[in-house]
Design a protein around this ligand. Sequence first.
Ligand SMILES: [Zn+2]
Length: 423
Amino acid sequence: MDLESHAEDLASDLGVDNEEVLEDLRNLVEYSVPIDEAKGSLRRKYGDGSAGGGGPTATDVGSITTDVSAVTVTGRVLTAGERSIRYQGSDHVIVEGRLADGTGVIDYTAWEDFGLSPGDTITAGNAGVREWNGQPELNLGESTSVAFEDDPLEVPYEVGGEADLADLATGDRAVTVEVSVVECERRTIDGRDGETEILSGVFGDESGRLPFTNWDPDPAIEEGSSVRIENAYVREFRGVPEVNVSEYSTVTLMDREVDVGSDAPTMSVREAVDSGGVYDVALVGNLLAVRDGSGLIQRCPECNRVVQRGQCRSHGDVEGVDDLRTKAIVDDGTGTVTAILGHDLTAEIYGGDIEDAREEAREAMDQEVVADRIAERIVGREYRVRGHLSVDEYGANLDVSEFSGSDDDPEARATAYLEGIEA
Ligand SMILES: [Zn+2]
């Protein structure tokens, strides 16, 4: 059988244009692809799920849902990052990234070494579909065939994982960032293979700041250095996204300095809470109330938890250590957060230190007077609060680093107001 006859058969089988199939077939055979494999690949390309071994139907990326267990899909590899995971007791190197076509983008995990690189256009036959964080995701495994296409698929997405810190979200993989190391400390932790040294701290760029962990300490990562990091991933740690730099990441010292913005982005409360946690954010809203557990409080000397009536939840009967704290409800019309102010900011609002608070409490024979005084000063006014926002099932807490009357910063107030309207 000659090429023309093969093409004719295939074209009538698939119900597509004869000339197109012939040209594709010629290309494949020119690249020494055996005729049967070439025909199989074209069946997948033109979406015949019934023939060629009953593989799943060819699908656009944008149409993949978790209603099907497997698909055949052609797409451009945007990112491909190696990572080591422990699976059923042994270490396994996987490749994670994103695949796109003209209709959308999907995350994938490759369990086999298919040799994927950013920019490749592939057809993945019989790729598994699983649900991850409510979204479909592709699993390229043993039963998946990966064919590399010669013509790059044009996609409306950038190839490569370049990102600003402000755009990173939990779950992102194979990202590339250019950052300045704002804070960095070496720590010893109990890892899965015993004690191990890691680096942790804070990265910054023009867009914002995020905490990081470097699991395999890289000498280029030290306070004050500017580095380019390829193939990092983002996971949640204590309610905010954290950049993870692994042994598979590439860290390069840069010869330019990355500027770190001094201000945090201003967001509406709803926007900030919906994002699931923000490392450094400014909110502007009305201070509705001061909550219980504010003012003069006592902490456990062992674990620093707040003790009530001399009882620590972990350590029982303890001699509490006095401290000052404010837990305030801030509302901007789109939502509420509990702003938590530590000793220094609370002392500033209260207008006195712990000794003053003790004395006032002794005179009144009630330590609640300290919280009452704080409430008198701040409830009913509008403030700009900046800090780490974490969100859990009990609500949203802002660990406050800056607290100021919103009139102090009319620009921030206007921005927040406009963003509130847009939201
Ligand atoms: Zn305790």
